[in-house]
Design a protein around this ligand. Structure first.
Ligand code: ZN
Length: 244
């Protein structure tokens, strides 16, 4: 091989490397950033219970009608929404007002040899976005177009600013012990969570109304009275809130 030819090969290889790097960069960073910008939702203000002023905390706990807030694709989280969080184990956190009933539900489940664990709880808008972006990238890597990958990702992950996880009022729950399956935990919760003010939020039956695919693991706090009524009347939150 002549020196000249050798040089040519090096130049071609360099160009190819540059192009691949540029494509990769575009796919994972630039497009990603544009997607994020296009969504740009309100950010929820949050603090932890142990950092909150005692009067602020008292006022927060005494607020009325906070349990029934409807957040979905058509109803994003309102501007200026604030939440005070209780820290849980392994980095989880929930609205401090739902913590006592959540704890009670878990204690009672454990007494009946059902060992639940929280797999996801409060999320910041950034974390919600990252989940969506990861899902989007997953579909892109399977060869879907930008448009299709977005649609598919948004079927799985709520748009930032429209997830109940950003309120701190929802928890995803799974099995926390090898002796029970996720399914057993979900069945127990499906039957019992209303006694603690929680509802199974997204079912197949109500998918047309909620706009979310069935999620057997996602439980939302709505308060004791509403949870019992919704359970007995087989209503989802949207139906319950538009019924009065
Ligand atoms: Zn969830």
């Amino acid at each position: 091989m002549t020196v000249r030819k050798h040089k040519k090969h090096i130049i071609i290889a360099a160009v190819v490397i540059v192009l691949i790097t540029a494509a990769w960069f575009y796919r994972y960073y630039i497009f990603d950033g544009e997607y994020k910008e296009a969504i740009a939702p309100e950010t929820v203000e949050y603090i932890y219970e142990d950092e909150a002023d005692s009067n602020v905390l008292k006022e927060y706990r005494n607020k009325k009608d906070w349990e029934l807030i409807v957040v979905n694709n058509d109803n994003p989280i309102p501007e200026g929404y604030k939440v005070i969080l209780t820290r849980l184990d392994n980095g989880q956190a929930v609205d401090c007002r739902i913590y006592p009933q959540l704890q009670k539900m878990f204690d009672d489940a454990r007494e009946q040899n059902i060992y639940p664990t929280i797999t996801s709880s409060f999320r910041t808008v950034e974390e919600q976005y990252d989940m969506l972006a990861d899902k989007y990238k997953e579909y892109k890597s399977q060869g879907y177009s930008d448009k299709k990958a977005k649609v598919l990702a948004e079927n799985w992950v709520a748009l930032p600013g429209t997830s109940e996880h950003e309120l701190g009022l929802a928890v995803d729950i799974g099995s926390g012990d090898g002796s029970v399956t996720d399914k057993e935990v979900w069945e127990w919760l499906d039957e019992n969570s209303y006694k603690y003010g929680f509802i199974l939020r997204y079912t197949e039956e109500k998918q047309d109304i909620t706009g979310i695919i069935p999620e057997e693991w996602h439980f939302r706090y709505v308060g004791l009275k509403a949870a019992e009524e919704m359970y007995n009347n087989n209503q989802c939150l949207e139906e319950y809130c538009s019924a009065d």
